[in-house]
Design a protein around this ligand. Structure first.
Ligand SMILES: [Zn+2]
Length: 328
């Protein structure tokens, strides 16, 4: 006995390509993508990052090339990281207006009025010890670090950032940055908070690119343990309470559950950061012929499906070009 045939056939909605496209729930558009840029001092520098295919470090006079290529492809937003000309204990170069991030912000703001500029706010690229905060008695001093971060955010706002992105994971940093921006005449500068940033081995290639590996210890005292979901949600929602405008989850691909859960609990948009290790994993496997090149777009579509409005990715320009040819 039993039904001789199923009356309900979900396949009916998939057989024909027209209905498949009509019922599509997710797409990636170029305007969802943010291109990270690594900026270095000097002139005429376009130096490939060995571990990351297609990623370069640029001096301010050369960065127009990737920026214009991205804009042409439809990518409108950029996340700026700096490699400074000097490093010290407190990361003084991070809020020095003559350093690469500030110079690039100023130049890009006037040259490309259509672009949306976001700057990474942290100390690890700028401190001699490579940690994200100020060290006192051998440990990162949370509250001492907040003052430095607020000052860095302010210097980026002055140089022309539309949004600042604190990536340090210190407690109370969003409110400290918000207060500094409000009280110095930058109420419209947004905060893209790295709300759930896991301590992850997937950041390895980035640390080569940004020359920001810690000289001792690790970042487990302030970044999230990857095995805790509730802790990540709690941290992220705290940033919403403190005044963040967008919540970033990082790495994206290993945190799809967190992105999904956060989407159900927050009214803020969510950004997923497809980090250097994910980029390399995909690119290396595609390069070796183990996967079709469509795996790269599929990966980003899944990050969108999980609930991200924004995807920060090293392949932004290339994805945008591909999307305009075949759809996202
Ligand atoms: Zn950092």
């Amino acid at each position: 006995m039993g039904a001789p045939f199923p009356l309900s056939r979900p396949r009916r909605n998939r057989i024909n390509p027209v209905i498949r496209e009509m019922l599509r729930e997710t797409d990636v558009r170029p305007c969802n993508l943010v291109l990270p840029l690594f900026l270095v001092p000097g002139n005429g520098v376009s130096e490939p990052v060995k571990s990351m295919e297609g990623v370069f470090r640029w001096s301010c006079d050369m960065v127009q090339r990737p920026v214009e290529e991205a804009l042409e492809s439809g990518v409108r937003s950029f996340l700026l990281f700096g490699i400074p000309s000097y490093k010290d204990d407190t990361g003084s170069s991070a809020d020095d207006p003559s350093e690469p991030v500030q110079r690039a912000l100023e130049d890009m703001r006037s040259r490309y009025p259509e672009a949306y500029l976001v700057s990474d706010v942290c100390l690890c690229e700028y401190t001699s010890h490579g940690h994200c905060g100020v060290i006192r008695d051998g440990v990162i001093h949370n509250d001492g670090t907040l003052e430095r971060l607020a000052s860095v955010a302010l210097s980026h706002a002055r140089a022309g950032a539309h949004a600042v992105a604190p990536s340090d994971m210190m407690d109370g940093r969003i409110i400290a940055v918000r207060k500094a921006l409000e009280s110095h005449g930058f109420p419209d500068v947004a905060i893209w908070s790295y709300a759930a940033k896991f301590a992850s081995a997937f950041y390895g290639p980035f640390r080569e690119a940004a020359q920001s590996a810690p000289s001792f210890g690790d970042r487990k005292s302030h970044q999230l343990p990857h095995f805790n979901r509730l802790e990540a949600l709690r941290d992220a929602l705290m940033d919403e309470d403190e005044g963040a405008d967008l919540l970033i989850v990082k790495p994206a691909g290993t945190s799809l559950d967190v992105i999904r859960d956060l989407k159900d609990r927050t009214m803020l948009p969510i950004g997923g950061y497809v980090v250097s290790g994910e980029h390399c994993m995909l690119k290396d496997a595609i390069g070796a012929g183990h996967m079709d090149k469509s795996a790269y777009l599929e990966y980003h579509q899944c990050v969108r499906r999980a609930g991200c409005s924004v995807i920060i990715t090293y392949g932004a320009t290339e994805l945008a070009r591909e999307i305009s040819v075949q759809g996202g």
